[in-house]
Design a protein around this ligand. Structure first.
Ligand SMILES: [Zn+2]
Length: 372
């Protein structure tokens, strides 16, 4: 989903990253505030003052979004959901969860806390605005507080729309899930609404565009596309997960694969492998037993001396358990195991007997063939 990201700092242990697209939105928000909102409400100031106010307000907006995502992340952590961090990007922010919540209650709490956090911030900023106005502190500050109060209210309300994957859509899904006890069904329904809401925004954007407001119109269209895309993706993921859960590793593994004897010299190995398709972690098998694996990456840049006299044994990693899976496990479990490690492939073993090999590519081409 993201292009180049930059970690800017850590907050409560969560890495906070910005996607490059965020710089664009930071500029656009600052520009629109400096050229519209501030001059209109506080006339007679020099241009540089408007840019300074606009920049402070824009940063305040992104800190507010961060606060919203932090609320999600802290509740997630409380329920032991792995959170990879928070990323700010063109459409706001996202707390990256690696897993779905284990129960409807956790999903509901975790999603609801976001809009609640934004609503609380809105009230706080409106109160600050009231104070600055009452004591006539500073007109610019008053405008900044009003803007932040207003934007946080919009954030709270927009996120409450029951369109998956917005927070409201997640809350709605958790309710459906609790009522029908069917997570997949609940996801499909909530995702359909998200998809519909996406189209609604696109339609509204086109209407606004036709009315002459090109910036606002384009913005709605972009957000609409993003929502539509995100909702169909989560629906597909649920379908994919279901298919993979129902399929056993033994049904998808490759039974034909190149394996190598530990006694072989690297030179012989090179000759044997020439022109053959092999897995990057080559199984090392002696007397019918798996003894380890040879990560081919290890052989890169070896001296000529090594190539001539080195044997496979010397470069074999004997801990093959860490890249193994049992034939009866589900294909989903295999995918999860591959995601967690650096290998991209697994040995399918029973004890130390190697039955087959399965790679992320094998899984993906199977899924593609099924859905094509
Ligand atoms: Zn949220």
């Amino acid at each position: 989903m993201f292009g180049k990201r930059l970690e800017i700092f850590r907050l409560f242990g969560f890495p906070i990253r910005v996607d490059l697209s965020w710089l664009l939105i930071l500029f656009m928000v600052t520009y629109s505030l400096a050229s519209g909102y501030f001059p209109a409400n506080h006339p007679g100031m020099p241009g540089s003052a408007y840019w300074a106010m606009a920049f402070v307000a824009a940063i305040g907006l992104f800190l507010s979004i961060l606060f919203h995502e932090l609320a999600h992340s802290l509740v997630g952590r409380h329920y032991r959901l792995p959170i990879d961090g928070i990323t700010l990007f063109i459409f706001g922010g996202v707390a990256e969860m690696r897993e779905e919540a284990e129960s409807p209650r956790v999903e509901f709490l975790m999603s609801a806390v976001g809009p609640v956090a934004s609503a609380a911030l809105a009230l706080l900023f409106f109160y600050f605005r009231h104070l600055t106005e009452q004591y006539e502190v500073n007109r610019a500050l008053e405008l900044i507080f009003y803007y932040l109060g207003f934007m946080n209210m919009i954030l709270a309300l927009f996120n409450l729309v029951p369109a998956f994957p917005l927070d409201g859509g997640r809350m709605f899904r958790s309710i459906l899930w609790a009522v029908k006890k069917d997570f997949d069904w609940a996801t499909r329904v909530a995702a359909k609404i998200g998809w519909g809401f996406g189209w609604l925004l696109i339609g509204y954007g086109a209407f606004t565009l036709a009315g002459g407001n090109s910036f606002g119109g384009l913005w709605y269209i972009l957000i609409g596309f993003f929502l539509k895309q995100a909702s169909s993706m989560s629906e597909q993921q649920v379908v994919l997960k279901k298919r993979l859960e129902k399929t056993k590793v033994a049904d998808l593994m490759q039974r034909q694969f190149v394996q190598v004897d530990p006694e072989v010299t690297l030179e012989q190995l090179q000759r044997e492998l020439a022109g053959r398709e092999v897995y990057p972690q080559l199984p090392v098998v002696a007397a019918g037993r798996l003894v380890g694996f040879l990560p081919l990456g290890k052989l890169e840049g070896l001296s000529r001396e090594h190539w001539l006299h080195g044997r496979v044994e010397q470069f074999t990693d004997r801990d093959f358990q860490k890249i193994s899976i049992a034939p009866g496990e589900s294909a989903w479990a295999a995918l999860e195991a591959m995601k967690g490690g650096p290998w991209g492939q697994l040995f399918v073993v029973e004890g130390d007997r190697l039955l087959g090999v399965i790679s992320a590519n094998d899984l993906l081409s199977w899924v593609r063939a099924k859905s094509g």
